[in-house]
Ligand binder design. Structure first.
Ligand code: 4AD
Length: 466
């Protein structure tokens, strides 16, 4: 009836105390017939355990058993905490456990498809080993994803998904404190919500349907339903054709929709305060996680300001032009131009987080409100981290006749969205909102370079398993 101690809690303060831990066999290091080491890992923390016949109640048979344990097997160990004179290499905990008893709770197969130890190595570590003539295995991305259950056990991955959890938690907490109501909209819908071809079609009991490309239409309908301010955290489906570092076929959408009293800047104000608060909290509460990520994938902390920079699309285009990059003033920015603008903004304003607003109407979805003073532009915005988009948002058209007209102009079959358009005939307030890609936020905050790293079980054009 001993209490359990977490491996991460094993410190010098427990010196000479007997503890009971449960973890995985990270590695075993047989020394002799009378002695073996086993490193036990729990939630990314590791501790070295010494099993020796000099210890109380440990037989040679026991040493042999421990030395032969398969990696990743689940074990319970009872032992005494000791503080060695020299620092221990390769474990997170700086104490050693002198084992009295060790049980295997459930064993893993003898040879695993990937070793967690290998999957946890940084490129720098592998390069350094090469320099000194050693060759360490490099685990490539596809192999990692094929055996994701093993891959997510690395300290960096443990960090990534704890950071992701904090982003979602902050999103929810902040919006609740601002009077937003959390909603859940259907993911099986009759027509496409964003237009375009990137939709998964399916048969809904004989009726054509698709997987929701966003909660767009229903979150607007919820605002028309008198909630005033709503948000949702849920899956978003995009039948992407292109295989890129930032597109998934299924991702987690963080969506917001709210009444607007006067100006779409009210929506940007929410973005500003939400994200500045979120970044502050991540830096404060996720230090350990950020360090763990940085050890494998080194990155510079994100530069952002207490008040988020806002530039108009026209100002952005001008900055690009001044730097010798010509882009269509009424077209969209391609990935390269967005990156370039990100660099220019960093040089001029010393921030890697900013809002670009008043986009050309032609490049925005049908439901976007044109600017009152110039219908070539729209009351819309995108938000960037390190030169890549994490958010798009806008004020919406709330006049049904005009909405119908805009849909038709954008080549959308209004019959498929008639219930949506009708909801604006029953009295609809001016409103707007935005959608955030959760995986992109984490990817860009930690400068990870590939969205597959921040999706637990990524779905891309080539992958639907595991
Ligand atoms: O820019 P998107 O398509 O905008 C919408 O869905 C609108 N309904 C939002 C709104 O409220 N006006 O998607 C929003 C965000 C993007 O900024 C990006 O971060 C992410 O979702 N995103 C993707 N993330 C991963 N894989 C993809 N294929 C993504 N497509 C968009």
């Amino acid at each position: 009836s001993m209490e359990w101690t977490c491996v991460g809690e094993l410190t010098q303060f427990l010196k000479e105390k007997e503890v009971l831990i449960r973890g995985r066999v990270h590695i075993t290091r047989p020394v002799s017939k009378n002695m073996a080491f086993v490193v036990v890992r729990e939630k990314g923390f590791t501790v070295q355990c010494l099993v020796t016949t000099q210890g109380e109640g440990v037989s040679r048979q026991m040493v042999k058993f421990v030395a032969g344990l398969n990696r990743e097997s689940i074990v319970d160990a009872i032992g005494v905490v000791s503080v060695p004179e020299n620092p221990i290499k390769g474990t997170t905990q700086q104490v050693e456990l002198h084992v009295r008893k060790l049980y295997c709770v459930n064993k893993a197969m003898p040879t695993l498809p990937i070793n967690v130890e290998d999957a946890a190595r940084s490129d720098a570590e592998i390069e350094a080993a090469l320099q000194s003539g050693d060759k360490l295995p490099r685990v490539n991305q596809d192999t990692r994803l094929n055996f994701r259950v093993l891959d997510i056990r690395t300290p960096a991955n443990q960090g990534i998904f704890r950071i992701q959890c904090q982003v979602g938690t902050m999103f929810r907490q902040f919006l609740l404190s601002e009077g937003f109501v959390e909603i859940h909209t259907p993911k099986l819908i009759a027509g496409s919500s964003e237009g375009g071809s990137a939709v998964f079609k399916l048969d809904y009991k004989g009726q054509p349907a698709c997987l929701a490309q966003s909660p767009q239409l229903h979150k607007q309908m919820a605002v028309c339903g008198d909630f005033g301010r709503v948000f949702e955290i849920g899956p978003v489906f995009r039948a992407e054709d292109s295989y890129t570092h930032r597109h998934l076929c299924e991702f987690t959408g963080l969506d917001v929709e709210m009444e607007i009293k006067k100006h779409y800047s009210e929506v940007m104000d929410i973005v500003d305060r939400l994200f500045v608060t979120m970044f502050d909290v991540l830096n404060e509460r996720c230090q350990k996680e950020l360090e763990a990520v940085g050890r494998q994938y080194p990155f510079e902390p994100l530069k952002y300001k207490p008040k988020t920079l806002r530039l108009t699309f026209e100002e952005g285009i001008q900055m690009l032009k001044d730097a010798g990059v010509e882009v269509d003033p009424l077209g969209d920015l391609n990935t390269e131009a967005e990156r370039k603008l990100g660099q220019l903004v960093l040089e001029k304003y010393d921030t890697e987080f900013y809002i670009l607003h008043r986009y050309p109407l032609a490049v925005r979805p049908f439901y976007t409100m044109p600017c009152y003073d110039n219908a070539l532009y729209s009351n819309s915005f995108d938000v960037f981290i390190r030169g890549e988009e994490i958010i798009s948002g806008a004020q919406r058209v709330h006049v049904p006749e005009f909405l119908s007209e805009r849909a038709q102009a954008c080549g959308i079959d209004v019959n498929t969205i008639s219930t949506y358009i009708d909801s604006f005939r029953y009295g609809a307030p001016p409103h707007g909102g935005f959608g955030v890609g959760l995986e992109r936020v984490v990817m860009l905050f930690c400068a990870l370079g590939n969205i597959r790293k921040t999706s637990l079980f990524p779905r891309d054009p080539q992958r639907i398993a595991p």
